[in-house]
Design a protein around this ligand. Structure first.
Ligand code: NAD
Length: 477
């Protein structure tokens, strides 16, 4: 299936779009075929210096721009994203591999973020404290300053939109570095923001060698806030760099989401929900349901039902309307998944579906492993791929102990029809988000973020706006 690749692969620095002009290039690859489709220009240190100086100028303008005017521009950006949705989604599927229907959903959710923060921008409230007559103590919020954002390739449009919309709403200027693997869709998103009227130096776009770009930007005294979504090791590395300048950070890192299936759940309904969720975006989702702990009374039926539904998942090119699951996004993923599956098999896991890679591109079959021993590497390391791991449990306490046993805590899910048990689960699961009988946990108006090694700080909701604001107390006598 061929689709024309109509991407503008440019940097946007200091008010102008920059093309190759002798810069090094990164080869953009279609993951469904493994073929290179374009070259992406990479920023030089001089480009980054120019972007930093421009970002300081942009902040001076934008932080003083009336909040209503900021909101109007964000709302206009949301409209442009919707107008250009089909183009952006097509680029996303070509570069990342996800089925077109998922790409369209990602673009629609990105527009919704801009709409939400267009409104929320007005609610950066402070307070006045009670004082004797003639005195005032005020607490106010101000934008933190020029911000650098680093986002990954699994939801390249949505995750960049999440940072950009909240930072711009707060009055910050932003230098965005999306991933080099999927640059057409993120450049198209930036075009919507610029065309909506954001002043040129307020939002800038760079691609480059990630380590060089992040070191350069984070070391600059101009940058006051870093927001990163990606892997735990890279997040820890960026935290160390940020510590040198005592900079504010938001870290949305990996997870290894447990799913507790209780005997009293509605089993067929639950299976109809969990299987498509597992294989959404080929499992390359930081909150992907991964460790399925199933109570003994329904264990055999759950395992059989999961395998049966998995066999029906149609794998193929994301542009084929029958495709439920596309390829993995890059060559690193099938290698990683293959190693984890082989290790689990050697240690005694039963393969009930899949367990092999495809014969072209970066495909790996939807895979179900049952009775996976705790010693298998995959029970402790986030697979970030189409792997479901199933184990039995007996009591509520045992399920909680298993769910909480890892040093991660991004999302956790549970399926039960017992209301009292649902309340207890919400309290006991160690994670930033808990979904009970639902996977709908990533929405514009609620905080999204992890605990433990899954990071800290929230995106989405008022908390997401607050992460780009500093608090100041002003006392007047
Ligand atoms: P990686 O650790 O090399 O990179 C993760 C992300 O960080 C990528 O987007 C990459 O461009 C960026 N990155 C890497 N080094 C960087 C640096 N020095 N400075 C700034 N950005 C940098 O891993 P990968 O192979 O791209 O992805 C594999 C793992 O990353 C997955 O197994 C998963 O655990 C994690 N991941 C998590 C998310 C998420 O949404 N939390 C998204 C993508 C990947």
């Amino acid at each position: 299936m061929t689709h024309s690749y109509d991407a503008d692969l440019n940097l946007f620095i200091n008010g102008s779009w920059r093309t190759g002009e002798g810069r090094d290039e990164h080869a953009v690859v279609n993951p469904a075929t493994g073929a290179a489709i374009a070259g992406l220009p990479l920023a030089t240190p001089a480009d980054l210096e120019e972007a930093l100086a421009a970002s300081a100028q942009g902040f001076a303008i934008w932080s003083k721009t009336d909040v209503e005017a900021r909101g109007a521009i964000l709302r206009k950006a949301a409209g442009l994203i919707r107008d250009r949705a089909e183009h952006i989604a097509t680029l996303l599927t070509t570069e990342q591999g996800k089925p077109l229907v998922e790409a369209r959903g990602e673009v629609a959710s990105s527009a919704a973020l801009f709409d939400y923060y267009a409104e929320e921008a007005k609610r950066a409230y402070g307070r006045v404290l009670v004082r004797p007559t003639g005195q005032r103590s005020m607490v106010i919020k101000q934008p933190v300053g020029p911000t650098a954002t680093f986002t990954p390739w699994n939801f390249p449009v949505y995750l960049m939109a999440k940072k950009l919309s909240a930072a711009l709403a707060a009055g910050c200027s932003v230098i965005a570095k999306p991933p080099e693997e999927t640059p057409g869709c993120t450049s198209a998103l930036m075009r919507c923001v610029i065309d909506a009227g954001v002043p040129a130096n307020v939002a800038q776009l760079v691609y480059g060698v990630p380590d060089m770009v992040s070191r350069h930007l984070i070391a600059s005294p101009i940058i006051r806030k870093i927001s990163f979504t990606g892997s735990i090791p890279v997040g820890k590395h960026l935290m160390r760099l940020a510590a040198d300048g005592a900079k504010r950070i938001t870290m949305e890192l990996g997870g290894h989401a447990p799913v507790l299936i209780f005997d009293d759940c509605d089993l067929d309904k639950t299976l109809d929900m969990v299987v498509p969720q597992k294989f959404r975006n080929a499992g390359q989702v930081c909150v992907s349901p991964t460790r399925f702990y199933v109570q003994q009374g329904v264990y055999d039926r759950f395992v059989a039902g999961f395998a049966e539904r998995t066999h029906k998942v149609s794998v193929g090119d994301g542009f084929n309307p029958d495709t439920n699951m596309g390829p993995l996004a890059n060559a690193r993923r099938p290698d990683a998944i293959e190693a984890l599956v082989e290790d689990a098999k050697t240690k005694g896991a039963r393969v009930l579906a899949g367990g092999a890679r495809g014969n072209k591109g970066y495909f790996y079959q939807p895979t179900v492993l049952a009775d996976v021993p705790l010693e298998a590497n995959v029970m402790s390391n986030e697979p970030f791929g189409p792997l479901a791991l199933i184990r039995p449990f007996g009591s509520f306490d045992e399920a909680i102990e298993q769910a909480n046993r890892l040093p991660y805590g991004l999302a956790a899910f549970a399926f039960t029809e017992n209301g009292r048990q649902a309340n207890q689960l919400g309290d006991a699961l160690e994670s930033g988000m808990v979904g009970i009988n639902t996977f709908a946990i990533s929405v514009p108006d609620a905080p999204f973020g992890g605990v433990k090694e899954s990071g800290f700080g929230s995106e989405g909701g008022p908390e997401g706006l607050d992460s780009y604001l500093v608090t100041k107390a002003i006392h007047q006598a």
